[in-house]
Design a protein around this ligand. Structure first.
Ligand SMILES: [Mg+2]
Length: 235
């Protein structure tokens, strides 16, 4: 890096708080309604249906539940209205669940916000993301919060241009190589991947291993020391 980092972008789902584990559990509950289908078959069907629906529905819980019901209709010979109601209830319970912020996140954001300007850049269902941002109590650490429909290079360019930030001064932190790392590297920014135990198949990036190097850390708590070391290497 040749320029000082001044702005840090954070992804939200599976970076600041748990998210994908609830979707994982929802697919397991769908499989319980389909005893003659394996979890692999159910999971793959949900992924296929989601893939076909993404462009139309976008990301987030409501899209997921529509796809979960559609997958049920694909796999179930005799449709049971009580089971459809159960699937809809799973979606409502996901939307009602509190934001489960990872340990160490508030302290790390507090620490980083003293030296950098922080941006929250997330995609998903607008209502659900706004709710999680509110009940996570993390909004106070961010200069700017953006909920967008897709994390493309162009979407990042627009955000950075709007805020007058040069990509060279920007580092994005997130769990998804496809959404948080590759598009930011593509526009000349920097990135750190924080690993999460589950990766949604539509966030997997086949070329992930071949993009130019980015840092991979196990926990957000490791970010401040990592950035300090980075500064030293440039002095
Ligand atoms: Mg994420």
């Amino acid at each position: 890096m040749t320029q000082r980092i001044t702005h840090i972008g954070f992804d939200a789902d599976d970076t600041l708080w748990h998210c994908e584990d609830l979707f994982f559990e929802a697919r397991e509950r769908l499989q319980k309604l389909l005893p003659d289908r394996s979890i692999k078959e159910v999971t793959n069907t949900v992924y296929d249906v989601e893939g076909r629906n993404l462009e139309r529905y976008g990301y987030g819980v409501k899209s997921f539940i529509l796809s979960l019901v559609e997958a049920y209709l694909v796999l179930k010979k005799r449709v049971d209205s009580a089971e459809i109601e159960e699937l809809l209830d799973i979606g409502k319970s996901i939307m009602d669940s509190p934001a489960r912020v990872f340990e160490g996140v508030p302290n790390t954001l507090e620490q980083l916000s003293q030296h950098f300007k922080l941006l929250l850049i997330t995609k998903g269902d607008l209502v659900d993301q706004e709710r999680k941002i509110k009940n996570s109590k993390l909004a106070k650490y961010f200069e700017f919060i953006s909920i967008i429909s897709e994390k493309t290079p162009q979407a990042y360019v627009e955000i950075l241009e709007d805020k007058g930030i040069s990509p060279n001064n920007f580092i994005m932190i997130g769990n998804s190589v496809k959404s948080d790392i590759v598009p930011v590297l593509d526009i000349g920014g920097h990135a750190i991947q924080i690993l999460y135990k589950y990766t949604w198949m539509h966030e997997e990036h086949p070329a992930g291993r071949f993009v130019k190097p980015y840092a991979v850390l196990d926990s957000i708590a490791a970010v401040p020391d990592f950035l300090k070391e980075l500064e030293k290497t440039r002095e």
